[in-house]
Design a protein around this ligand. Structure first.
Ligand code: ADP
Ligand code: MG
Length: 654
């Protein structure tokens, strides 16, 4: 069944859904809300309800009064809650108040303010009682929350949940809901208790899925041999690197060498904060494989990153007598690359998921490196690992794993941590600014660019009309203000050729300022860029802000991160000002969000893999492992095969 088979979804709506990364009914089912509005919470006009969103039952005491103030229309109405008088104010909405009759009573849902008395601003209202818990979704133009809910309701009805991962009794035994029921409750909760169980079920389910996969890889690895690695000459490699490796880097290289020498394949996760220098560690591991006559491959999430890694490490690899090639969607002589790969002429291949195509065949692959793993699905990882039985796998990520989880995962997966950063780094000076001080920041940008430094400008939307700081408007503002500088913009709706071209210009120093959405978030390494401005900073999660900040401070220059919002004393932004360590930030992130609200960091619920289990509580982690052990002990099969059947019907897990 296709999206367009759903009522209310035509081609236009389909393409809008695609923009939210929704392509199938399953995607719709997994498109979790980022928060809920509990409209059952009742409020009255009293201080203790200030700044909270509640439902108020109010009598209308006047007819609407309309005031025009420059570009804004202000309409107000007097209301009475039985004890206290107050006002309802509508900005730029003359029509809603016209629907309300004097002396009648209505339910209003909104946040209570106090200025000249109690006020509600642009509330939602109805004649009948509001007793719903309403999920809020990330939206895009043309898709309202209401429409999305209608579509999701149908998707849940029609999606085939037949292939449950676990037998129903297990869910029941452990007080959880099965997949279908939890999906229903997450999108249409009746009360908070069942909503909490549903959320818990989904988190545990996703962690459990990951545990099962790691376990199956581990069992598989224990039964097969990996390529024999025994000749290792580190000194010659070190002699070609123009900086001194940190102690952590050397320790991790030793851990990797230990694994490579082992007769079974390695499955190791390399965890280190942004800028800690993970890439060089993986390049060394690949070269070690080359020294033993084997090939190695590195898979990265974007073409840009692939090009960048290729250009950056090409000289090093070639200076040691090995050959390296790039394979991405836009590679022109693909046939030739594939030929040289299968004949063994290419020692190291760097690429995107293009590496996963069936016709990409290696002669003797010994190691696969996955960079910035959180953008890859479990399936893709597994698929690449299977390209050659016995292949070693090194996965790299900057997202910290909480200790409680890593202790348990350690039994299934080896984890290395880069604890220290290269010591030539200066902490990034981070400061939060009110949008009103934009001109002051412009001066700083100008001074910075005069010194031939480059600047990133990041914001949260491309052309959302309600956002004065969307990419398009910022671009207009910047080219008007900085007439002498070269300014370019880039965002997710451009095609990848355009994007790469603009990134490349920035990389090569051909542009001074790059204005973008978060497409720059992952891995990009432009040493000459030492300043990043983040508009609408309060709309990003702490970990995204930290990732973005990680784009600067990658060399010896003093770097700056300016967080711009309407509220410069926002708690989140203060944390960014004061903390530079990724692990500490992740901890704060957890505290701020609280254990329950796990859905807000990722755009869609897809592939909530290990990393997102970060937001899972300790008890939930324990429960997932408990269920896993229970099933193992009682020989209960996880329905892995059904779960991991590829689109073409082939089973990935063997
Ligand atoms: P990440 O861990 O975020 O992937 P990278 O591997 O991209 O970080 O490294 C960031 C930058 O630091 C790169 O330009 C890299 O060449 C440099 N680098 C890595 N290790 C060291 C080191 N020991 N000393 C100095 N610079 C280093
Ligand atoms: Mg990296």
């Amino acid at each position: 069944m296709n999206l367009t088979d759903l009522k209310g979804v035509g081609e236009k709506t389909e393409s809008r859904l695609n923009r939210l990364n929704i392509y199938t009914l399953e995607d719709l089912c997994n498109y979790y809300p980022y928060e809920y509005e509990d409209r059952r919470t009742k409020g009255i006009f009293a201080n203790k309800y200030l700044a909270k969103k509640c439902t108020f039952y109010l009598k209308i005491c006047s007819t609407p009064r309309i005031n025009y103030k420059s570009k804004v229309t202000l309409t107000s109405i007097d209301v009475f809650d039985g004890h206290t008088y107050g006002k309802i104010i509508w900005f730029n909405d003359k029509f809603s108040p016209m629907k309300l009759y004097k002396d009648k009573e209505y339910y209003f849902y909104g946040k209570l303010f106090y200025s000249n008395g109690y006020e509600l601003i642009n509330p939602i209202f109805s004649e009948t009682v509001m007793d719903e818990i309403v999920p809020k979704y990330y939206l895009t133009e043309g898709i309202s929350n209401k429409l999305l809910r209608k579509i999701i309701l149908q998707a849940i009805k029609f999606f085939d949940f037949k292939n449950e991962f676990l037998p129903d009794e297990i869910y029941e035994n452990f007080g959880l809901y099965n997949r279908k029921h939890s999906t229903k409750v997450i999108h249409f909760p009746k009360n908070l208790d069942s909503l909490n169980i549903a959320k818990k079920s989904v988190k545990i389910f996703d962690l459990l899925k990951e545990i099962c996969i790691l376990n199956s890889i581990k069992e598989n690895n224990e039964s097969i041999n990996s390529p024999i690695i025994k000749n290792i000459d580190l000194d010659i490699i070190f002699s070609k690197i123009d900086f001194k490796l940190t102690k952590s880097q050397i320790d991790v290289i030793e851990e990797i060498i230990f694994d490579l020498k082992n007769k079974n394949p390695m499955n190791r996760l390399l965890n280190g904060d942004v800028g800690s220098g993970k890439t060089i560690v993986s390049i060394i591991a690949m070269i070690i494989c080359n020294q033993n006559g084997y090939q190695a491959a590195m898979m990265v999430p974007t073409e840009l990153l692939a090009i960048q890694q290729f250009e950056k490490y090409k000289d090093l690899i070639e200076s040691l007598g090995f050959s390296v090639s790039l394979l991405i969607g836009s590679t022109k002589d693909k046939v030739n690359v594939k030929k040289r790969l299968s004949s063994g002429e290419i020692d190291i291949l760097i690429g995107t998921h293009a590496l996963l195509q069936d016709d990409v065949k290696f002669k003797n692959l010994a190691l696969v490196v996955n960079d910035e793993q959180h953008r890859f699905g479990v399936l893709q990882r597994k698929k690449l690992a299977l390209k050659n039985k016995g292949v070693n796998v090194l996965t790299m990520t900057a997202t910290p794993i909480p200790r409680t989880l890593s202790i348990k995962l350690n039994k299934l997966l080896d984890i290395s941590i880069l604890k220290d950063k290269p010591d030539n780094r200066k902490p990034v000076v981070t400061k939060s600014f009110n949008i009103n001080s934009e001109l002051k920041l412009f001066d700083l940008i100008r001074k910075n660019c005069r010194k031939k430094n480059q600047v990133y400008v990041v914001t949260s939307s491309i052309n959302n009309d309600e956002d004065k700081n969307n990419v398009e408007l910022l671009y207009k503002r910047f080219i008007k203000y900085f007439k002498d500088l070269k300014i370019e913009k880039v965002h997710g709706r451009m095609n990848s050729n355009e994007k790469d071209h603009i990134f490349k210009n920035f990389l090569e120093g051909k542009s001074d300022i790059l204005i973008s959405t978060t497409v720059i978030e992952v891995g990009v390494d432009v040493k000459n860029a030492n300043m990043i401005l983040i508009y609408n900073a309060n709309r990003f999660g702490l970990s995204t802000l930290h990732q973005l900040r990680g784009r600067v401070g990658r060399g010896e220059k003093q770097s700056y991160c300016f967080l711009i919002s309407e509220n410069e004393s926002d708690k989140k932004l203060k944390i960014m000002e004061n903390i530079s360590d990724g692990y500490e930030i992740a901890k704060k992130d957890l505290e701020l969000r609280g254990g329950g609200n796990i859905f807000s960091t990722f755009q869609s619920g897809k592939n909530m893999d290990i990393i997102n289990s970060l937001k899972i509580s300790r008890d939930e982690i324990d429960l997932a492992f408990e269920i896993f052990e229970f099933c193992k002990k009682n020989n209960i099969d996880f329905n892995l095969e059904n779960y991991f059947i590829e689109n073409n019907g082939g089973i990935i897990l063997n």
